[in-house]
Design a protein around this ligand. Structure first.
Ligand code: GDP
Ligand code: IMO
Ligand code: MG
Length: 421
């Protein structure tokens, strides 16, 4: 059996949570492979919106097993809060959640360091979610991180004290306010004690054994390809590997075990935080997309920057991930527009290109305008009910991207999903 993957092709928030929830009945196991509480994955369950940060989006499905893989960074405080909220809704999280012993822990000082580092950067700040992601992955790379499995070897408490002392020195140099640190550390330790009562295991063995037994697995990406540490719009990226390579390194599965790679994108484009965004619309159309698409961060509430779809960026993301199937979301948000812009290529100082350059500064998008559909999509449940102009848009994208769009999502609800052949 294989690991099928669903991951974002843009700058995150493509609708991964909704789509994992829609397709996960075919997968007994759903596994997150990277990132942490910087993610905000929204699902609408019986008309109620839920946002998941750390827990995989299969958690609502009966009989599912949801794995927080070794490539993730976990904050016990936030994770426990998320778990308690799910349990209060009657979700048996203890039965459905498995945590990797290799996953790294976000310490109470990591978010403080994240804020301090952002402040120092001033106008050049990344616009991070301030969840401590960068500092936690930096400690992992510097080989001084603390892992969930350290609960089992007696090293957790001494290492914790050592790391907090080191971080405190660093924070003092930044002049950070440390008045709440003791309280934060107590809360962190108490939360970790409770998290320790949930299943933790060597998930790389668990996942490979399940594949050997014929159980299909769905890997759920967080963030998006353009936020990837290696191939995103560096330095305005996150600190993990958001591409399909991250599935292998973050779950411990070999490349030949990867099956379908489902790349998800919005019918337009958004970005939250700083960094280049060639197709951004700083005008009333951008504002229209933000308001109509409710483009405000699921984790931080920040307004998302909005713009037209960017085909060079999508082609690049498809190439990097070996995408086999496309999923398009939020076509309904474009319904009232007379014209829709499609960036087909860029103009750069070196001439025209349909490739995404390593440095996006100074890149100018070239748009083709196509007619809108003036037709509400939110009640559409099959391809026959889609307006011809939208079908034309889908054909154009399939031709330009050279991949089939297998699913078109026309609203946040599970039911608002059109499966195509
Ligand atoms: P994720 O991070 O990729 O899971 O995406 P987010 O949950 O951060 O942002 C996507 C937002 O769009 C959420 O509010 C979803 O409920 C919503 N959404 C998902 N698919 C659709 C869609 O097809 N149409 C509309 N209008 N909203 C959608
Ligand atoms: P989901 O999984 C959108 C962005 C932040 C910032 C940059 C670095 O919901 O799609 P970080 O806190 O990771 O150090 O921030 O990455 N970012 C996201 N943008 N969706 C996300 O996750 C994001 N996670 C991080 O805004 O620009
Ligand atoms: Mg999100």
């Amino acid at each position: 059996m294989k690991v099928d993957v669903i991951l974002g092709l843009q700058w995150g928030d493509e609708g991964k949570g909704k789509l994992v929830d829609v397709i996960c009945p075919s997968y007994p196991i759903i596994a997150r492979f990277q990132g942490g509480p910087n993610a905000g994955h929204s699902l609408v369950i019986h008309g109620k919106k839920m946002v998941l940060n750390t827990i995989p989006s299969g958690i609502f499905r009966n009989g599912s097993t949801n794995v927080a893989g070794s490539g993730m960074v976990l904050n016990p405080v936030g994770m426990l809060r998320e778990i308690k909220q799910l349990e209060s809704l009657g979700i048996p999280v203890k039965e459905r959640l498995v945590l990797s012993r290799r996953a790294h822990l976000i310490l109470p000082t990591h978010p403080l360091l994240d804020s301090a580092l952002e402040q120092v950067k001033g106008d050049d700040k990344i616009g991070s979610t301030l969840k401590g992601i960068g500092p936690a992955y930096s400690d992992k790379t510097a080989r001084q991180g603390i892992r969930l499995g350290d609960l089992d070897n007696g090293r957790l408490e001494p290492n914790f004290r050592e790391q907090i002392a080191r971080h405190t020195n660093e924070l003092m140099r930044f002049g950070a306010d440390l008045s709440q640190l003791d309280t934060l550390c107590d809360e962190w330790m108490r939360s970790l004690d409770e998290i320790a009562t949930y299943t933790r295991t060597d998930t790389e063995f668990y996942l490979n054994n399940e594949l050997d037994r014929g159980v299909p697995i769905l890997a759920e990406g967080a963030q998006g390809t353009l936020l990837d540490l290696e191939f995103g719009s560096y330095p305005f990226v996150t600190s993990s590997h958001t591409t399909v390579a991250g599935v292998c390194s973050g779950l411990g599965v070999a490349p030949h075990r990867i099956g379908k790679v489902m790349g998800i994108f919005k019918a337009y484009c958004t970005r939250v935080g700083s960094g280049p965004f060639p197709t951004e619309l700083n005008n009333e159309t951008g504002e229209f997309l933000r308001q109509t698409g409710h483009e405000f961060g699921a984790t931080t509430g920040r307004p998302r920057r909005c713009g037209w779809i960017d085909l060079p960026a999508l082609r690049y993301a498809i190439m990097l991930n070996g995408v086999t199937d496309l999923i398009m979301t939020k076509a309904d948000v474009l319904s009232e527009l007379t014209e829709i812009g499609v960036c087909t290529h860029y103009r750069t100082s070196a001439g025209q290109t349909s490739h995404l350059p390593a440095d996006l500064e100074g890149v100018e998008p070239v748009f083709r305008m196509i007619p809108g559909w003036h037709h509400s999509l939110t009640e559409s449940t099959s391809e026959d009910s889609l307006p011809p102009q939208l079908l034309h848009y889908i054909d154009l994208l399939e031709e330009e991207l050279n991949r089939p769009i297998r699913i078109v999502s026309v609203g946040p609800d599970r039911r608002q999903t059109i499966h195509r052949g």
